[in-house]
Design a protein around this ligand. Sequence first.
Ligand code: LLP
Length: 426
Amino acid sequence: SRTVDRAADGAATVAGIPVTRLAEEHGTPAIFLDEDDFRARCRAWADAFAGADVFYAGKAFLSRAVVRWLTEEGLNLDVCSGGELAVALSAGMPADRIAMHGNNKSNAEIERAVEAGVGRIVLDSYQEIVRVAHIAQRLGKTQRVQIRVTVGVEAHTHEFIATAHEDQKFGLALADGVAAEAVRRVLKLDGLELVGIHSHIGSQIFDMAGFEVSARRVVGLLREIRDEHGIELPEIDLGGGLGIAYTTDDDPREPHEIAKALGDIVSRECTAAGLAQPRLSVEPGRAIVGPTAFTLYEVGTVKELDGIRTYVSVDGGMSDNIRTALYDADYTVALVSRASDAPPMLSRVVGKHCESGDIVVRDAYLPSDLAPGDLLAVPATGAYCRSMASNYNHQLKPPVVAVKDGEARVIVRRETEEDLLRLDVG
Ligand code: LLP
């Protein structure tokens, strides 16, 4: 996020507001999201992909305010469940700017999407091809669809491994002609308009090599389709997955670099294949929302284990950020409620859940005078933290508060015990 300044008393300020005041007004744990930063990132992506389409991946974090910002900044939206679709539609996102994903869409979800008139449904299996076609026919509509292919590239942060046949649940394999057969089936059915091919290779990726292989193979399929069916599909979507900086070791690419790299490959491959240039779209989630937010926690207990490390417990944990426990993700953390000159101590920031794996930040140096009541900030929690939050131990999910121009506005309120009890109808 943007630079966090320090007020005279040593407390950090965000958009001109001291974090101590944010904590007083909104409680902890809480997620604070910088609206201007979010909008600036949207614009950077939209500018970089001029003439193409940017579909923000709603799974990273979605709320009605976010949908309005996206709509205003000219972005489209990728949803992958009926719930995400409902949020998008209820906040007024035009349906034709929505793409519907999912490896196991229910008939009800498909029906809702087709009825609403979503811009595209990304087909993920043979069964789904038939189901979407039948639903579209029944509703008297023609649904624009893409086919999601698995290109045999498994992308990791700094590497990619080409596999002959991907062993995973998403998409239809390019290998063994599975994707080509999907194309044949789609083209035979009324109710479907095949507009393009989709590929998503992974997440938190820094190395462009995986995207290059993916783009080449997708264009290869477009060429096969032209040769077999005599049609040139007008769209390619290369998915999301662009990495962000969680720690200083991470070195993210700027949207315009990514746009240039992807655009160049697609353009070169299409020229070589004698294909018209397709419209290129992407689906960044983390790269837009991840860096725009931080989580504010209050320190509860501080337990010094002699010669090992100090365990610093905060008032949230794996219920508001599962990523450390689930992916061994790295985060940084800072004392933000006051200045401290105390020497650093090796610390582990842990949550309040009944699990020893309930870790927020595995290794961090925090001032050795850390005490209950201090506020800690963990940056880069905008993506996949609130959206993957749980009620484990009946913990209440934290609010998301948008900060802008010296003002803080709740966009998702904190859960209450009444919210929890309302669902418990036994
Ligand atoms: N498009 C598709 C089809 C996807 O499956 C995903 C993410 C995206 C776009 C957006 O990817 P992004 O640009 O945000 O990396 N929970 C994990 C990440 C799972 C991502 C799943 N799909 C995490 O916390 O790292």
